[in-house]
Design a protein around this ligand. Structure first.
Ligand code: NAP
Length: 310
């Protein structure tokens, strides 16, 4: 694990003049930080920008240190907040386990935890790359549980904290073609809802973010071209990463349990949740581009239609 630091914060709570919009979030102080995992691109980078605008000191976590450092430089210049960079692979339990001591040694207390790092695999389970599937479960599920276990007890002791876990609209129904991804996000949604109920009234809130499709490095990381990603779901469902991040942090500030950015995605998630799965799921298997015969991965007849990648 590599650790780098941005410049120190100029002051404590009195400097948090941009904070007025977010009264339900813990007030930023000189020695408090918001951890954002998966901050090296996409939604995580935008959530970091949103929190910096609100005066929160940040700890940015992902593997690509160069991208984290570039974002840290941008944020310290634009918002005068303290930004620390920790280059870590979240599949690694030891790297995750080192985080509390690392932050404590810098005199930092975690008031906000954003578990956002994640990725998807594509294609039928029968063709799965075992290592990639296990890395997915470790990143999308194990790391979320582990970081909650590591940081929520301290928040509870202080009666102060806000947690946001990034799931997906893929959480509302099984997703053939991305079976382990859909299941991982269903886990995150179920876990977040339960945690929110357990912590009600404790001073610690838990919000689950469920975006639909968003243009980020996500599809590319899954081996899809931009064109394939854009064609996989209707245009009306695509929401820019900056809008998703703003909706997420506003929901976190309001103490909401679940947030689904974009009206079309809210309708889609509601329908997917209610639809009989015996009809919906086989239909989705027929329509998912990663299960098309022309990608060399059966099952079912070829289709001229789409299916989803979020
Ligand atoms: N884009 C969408 O359509 C969409 C829709 C719904 C939900 N989501 C969810 O939103 C979250 C953010 O995705 P995004 O769309 O912003 O995609 P992205 O641009 O690819 O960002 C993914 C982030 O996760 C980090 N990450 C992945 N594996 C990691 C690991 N082992 N250790 C540490 N960091 C890791 C990546 O950083 P490094 O590569 O530098 O490690 C990157 O910062 C994910 O949980 C994703 O499932 C995305």
């Amino acid at each position: 694990m590599l650790v780098s630091e941005g410049r120190p914060a100029p002051g404590g709570a009195d400097d948090a003049v941009t904070y007025a919009l977010a009264m339900a979030l813990p007030t930023p102080r000189e020695n408090t930080t918001a951890i954002v995992t998966g901050a090296s691109s996409g939604i995580g980078a935008e959530m970091a920008r949103e929190l910096a605008r609100r005066g929160h000191g940040l700890t940015l976590v992902a593997r690509r240190e160069d991208r984290l450092l570039a974002l840290a430089a941008e944020l310290t210049q634009a918002s005068s907040v303290r930004v620390e960079v920790i280059a870590a692979d979240l599949t690694d339990a030891d790297s995750r386990g080192d985080l509390p001591a690392l932050l404590a040694s810098r005199g930092l207390t975690v008031d906000i935890l954003i578990n956002n790092a994640g990725f998807t695999t594509m294609g039928p389970v029968s063709n799965a790359d075992r290592a990639a599937e296990l890395a997915l479960v470790r990143t999308n599920v194990e790391a979320v549980v582990d970081l909650c276990d590591l940081f929520i007890p301290g928040m509870l002791t202080r009666h102060r904290g806000a947690v946001l876990n990034t799931a997906s609209t893929a959480a509302f129904q099984p997703l053939p073609g991305q079976a382990s991804y859909g299941a991982s996000k269903a886990f995150v949604l179920s876990y977040g809802r339960a945690l929110a109920a357990e912590l009600r009234g404790s001073g610690v809130s838990v919000t689950t973010l469920c975006p639909g499709p968003v243009e980020t490095g996500f599809a590319e990381a899954a081996g899809m071209t931009d064109e394939e990603a854009a064609e996989s779901l209707p245009k009306v469902m695509w929401v820019p990463a900056s809008d998703v991040a703003r909706a997420a942090i506003e929901a976190l500030a309001a103490g909401r349990t679940v947030v689904i950015p974009g009206a079309a995605n809210r309708v889609g998630a509601g329908l997917a949740h209610l639809a009989p799965k015996s009809i919906l799921v086989p239909l989705m298997a027929k329509r998912h581009p990663a299960l098309h015969a022309d990608r060399g991965t059966p099952p079912g007849p070829p289709s001229d239609s789409d299916g989803g990648s979020h």
